[in-house]
Write a protein that binds this ligand. Sequence first.
Ligand code: CP
Ligand code: NVA
Length: 332
Amino acid sequence: MTLKGRNFLTLKDFNADEILYLIDLAAWFKNKKKRGELHDRLRGRNVALIFEKTSTRTRCSFEVAAHDLGMGTTYLDPAGSQIGKKESIEDTARVLGRMFDGIEYRGYGQEIIESLAENAGVPIWNGLTNEYHPTQILADMLTIREHLGSLKGKTLAYFGDARYNMGNSLMIGCAKLGLHFRAVAPEKYFPDQALVKQCKEWAQESGGSICLTSDVNEGAAGADVIYTDVWVSMGEPDNVWEERIRDLIPFRVTMDVMNRTAEGSIFLHCLPAFHDLKTRIGEEKGKQFGLTEMEVTDEVFRTYQDSVFDEAENRMHTIKAVMAATLEDWEI
Ligand code: CP
Ligand code: NVA
């Protein structure tokens, strides 16, 4: 298996064997890290990390993973570069491609990262766009495999806004790897029909399936993994909150939802999560709309926190695998 020189823009571009290879490579790096074995074979290389939206996990994962691999990093924050303001994406790509061995991009439209990939001449890694969050899915799949023992045939139910990066990417990942994916949401929050059609084709090949339902009980019944994400994503205007809260409250992950799932089921959340009011936005919106929690109750979050924080840790191991595999070949 070689992925050397490939971009990592969306899981649509990867087949099941390639995705599983990245998950296996991540598990291999995780073992090495836990045993304290150095794996800094990429000494002398450098990567650029462009963040047009804020981040805790993704940024730290890219930085720690790059350093573990022996690479230097340069972080470009949402305000601190010329990108898009004084310099086009094409020109930025050409400049950074001359200096760096790989470039991570977190930001807005997928077309921006595609343009980077067309012009940089080095691997480009998607650290989240409006449409996709592919490194997150690798971490989610590694976590599911660690907790449930396998991936194929498991049922993952995604509650909330299934039209955005997380809903789209989970549906693609499940379809490719043979999991049963359920989007549990009001109809207007279902993923794009063309993407659903494409995922149904992949699911047919892999033995998975795609189901869209607005029935919470049907969505939760017998599921192995319940997944949710914030109701309003980064970059969305403030005025969508009211409608979003009204529409999605019935789709909040509660203990009642969890009680309908399969025995041994887990809860996952890409994080950050509004499970209490201990954040500035949580407190502000809580006051404004009379809520104490949003997409998941504090009780569910605390009961299932082991899987959630394993998932967060696995961001680092899986991001390491993506950088390593697209920069070099590895014998594992
Ligand atoms: N899950 C995730 O991407 O987290 P950050 O926004 O903190 O990077
Ligand atoms: N849908 C969320 C994911 C955060 C990791 C967002 O785009 O803000």
